[in-house]
Design a protein around this ligand. Structure first.
Ligand code: SF4
Length: 475
């Protein structure tokens, strides 16, 4: 069956009472859907389409080599390096990472990461051009300065920074030393991403993550000293003991740190993926209604502070490149969330990293030991992934447009999918009919109303033709 046939069936499922349909109670009133939208619905976050839980083992290092070799000379590349180690393991966090207090695993891992970069380079054109470099984890700042320098020397011995090069790293204020921040600055780091989550002591104790305002402010001051002047911060709503009043205190403190960009994520309760989450007392968690209110209070506070809303969960100051990408209709979404990066090629290195090519996705071995074994044997570490069909590409484009612009424009999408023009319009029309209070459709243009944008993931999910199994996604 063609993709549009599947979409039509999915849309019909919502309208008629059909006990076989697995997409929720079709008789649910829209007012109930409002509250059950992104706050309880287990739908993907759509940082890729299809989502990573649909990757398969037909894709491996061989496919990765083939797709790397198709990268054109001079084509901008976005490089992500994953450092899966932390000094502490916060209970709320579902990142794939492991705790360590010793240097030895970090040294071996950096050696392997350098070796993997060499293996990747063997398949790329000479002097590949970097548009973005992002260090994430885990905690990249767990690396001492000399190991960080070793890794970055390897990166820049292979890649050349392009003209609009942006280099960002995730910073843990509780362990980032002045020397590692100086090293990052020396190599051209120009954006920092700082995890805050919540400043309230009661909340921090309940999520196993203590981090004072003073520690965070120290890092912000050091970044200024090293002329790293673009600062992102992450906040989380829906944490235990969080209330409207306590969240207001956190937000007021965050405002004094003057970030350019904020990501406001809902606490994702996925104990089947991250066992340490069972340490969190479920009875202290806000309910769906409270999560809804916490997010909207945060949004209102940030808009009052001069931030612009970006996508479903980001906020940025008007001068920030993400806000400018929104104004120009150039906002994109990839595995790192919202971005203004226009690269078609994102290479992920390190255990569990995902690469994105025009042809599809490749994910490295997820466990650090398997990843290390693969690279030690001089094999690329790709272990699973997905080759995009034409239909995947079309749906991916429509979902990305909804997640970034809250709109679909049939004539624009049809330029890249000329044979699908009338199908695209029909699907858009159906989508608006099934979310009449949230969407309007006219003359080939579908729009999600500003007050209903929190429903975007749920609306996008109706275009998704892959089954969503219960429990596979975070709330
Ligand atoms: S929140 Fe950061 S420091 Fe804490 S476990 Fe997750 S990645 Fe590690």
């Amino acid at each position: 069956m063609c993709v549009f046939g599947k979409i039509f069936i999915r849309l019909i499922c919502i309208n008629v009472a059909n006990d076989d349909c697995d997409h929720g109670n079709p008789m649910m009133q829209f007012s109930q859907q409002r509250l059950s939208g992104p706050f309880v619905a287990r739908v993907p976050r759509y940082t890729s389409y299809p989502p990573a839980n649909h990757f398969n083992k037909k894709i491996d290092g061989g496919t990765q080599a083939k797709w790397l070799s198709k990268v054109r000379p001079g084509e901008p590349i976005s490089l992500y390096l994953h450092i899966p180690f932390c000094k502490r393991l916060c209970w709320f966090c579902a990142c794939r990472t492991q705790g360590t207090k010793s240097l030895e695993p970090l040294q071996s891992y950096v050696d392997i990461l350098c070796r993997e970069l060499d293996l990747i380079a063997e398949h790329l054109p000479k002097a590949p051009m970097l548009s973005r470099l992002n260090l994430g984890g885990g905690t990249p700042t767990i690396l001492p300065a000399d190991l960080m320098a070793k890794l970055l020397n390897k990166v820049f011995s292979i890649f050349k920074a392009g003209s609009d090069f942006e280099f960002s790293a995730e910073i843990d204020p509780t362990d980032a030393t002045e020397s590692v921040l100086r090293t990052l600055a020396d190599f051209g780091m120009n954006r920092a991403s700082i995890g805050v989550q919540d400043f309230e002591p009661e909340v921090q104790t309940a999520i196993g993550r203590e981090q004072s305002y003073e520690q965070t402010n120290r890092v912000v001051e050091l970044l200024k000293k090293f002329a790293i002047d673009r600062v992102n911060m992450d906040l989380v709503y829906g944490l235990p003991h969080q209330t409207m009043v306590s969240l207001q205190r956190t937000l007021s403190k965050v405002a004094t740190l003057d970030p350019d960009r904020l990501a406001v994520y809902g606490y994702a309760r996925v104990p089947w993926m991250s066992k340490r989450q069972i340490m969190i007392d479920e009875t202290a968690l806000p309910d769906s209604q409270e999560r809804f209110e916490l997010f909207h209070a945060t949004r209102d506070f940030l808009i009052d502070q001069g931030f612009l809303s970006v996508g479903i969960d980001h906020f940025s100051k008007p001068h920030d490149s993400l806000a400018q990408a929104v104004q120009k209709g150039k906002l994109r979404r990839n595995f790192q969330g919202y971005t203004d990066d226009v690269s078609r090629v994102l290479i992920g290195a390190g255990a569990s990293s995902i690469s994105q090519f025009p042809q599809g996705y490749v994910q490295n071995h997820s466990t650090t030991s398997t990843y290390i074994n693969s690279v030690e044997q001089s094999n690329l570490a790709g272990a699973r992934g997905h080759a995009l069909s034409d239909e995947d590409m079309l749906i991916s484009r429509m979902i990305e447009n909804l997640m970034c612009n809250f709109a679909l424009n049939a004539s624009e999408i049809s330029k890249d999918f000329p044979e699908r023009g009338s199908d695209i319009k029909t699907v858009m029309n159906r989508l608006s009919q099934h979310f009449p209070a949230a969407c309007s459709y006219e003359n080939g243009h579908l729009e999600i109303h500003p007050s209903e944008r929190f429903m975007t993931r749920v609306i996008a999910h109706q275009l998704d033709t892959y089954p969503t199994s219960a429990g596979s996604h975070a709330i």
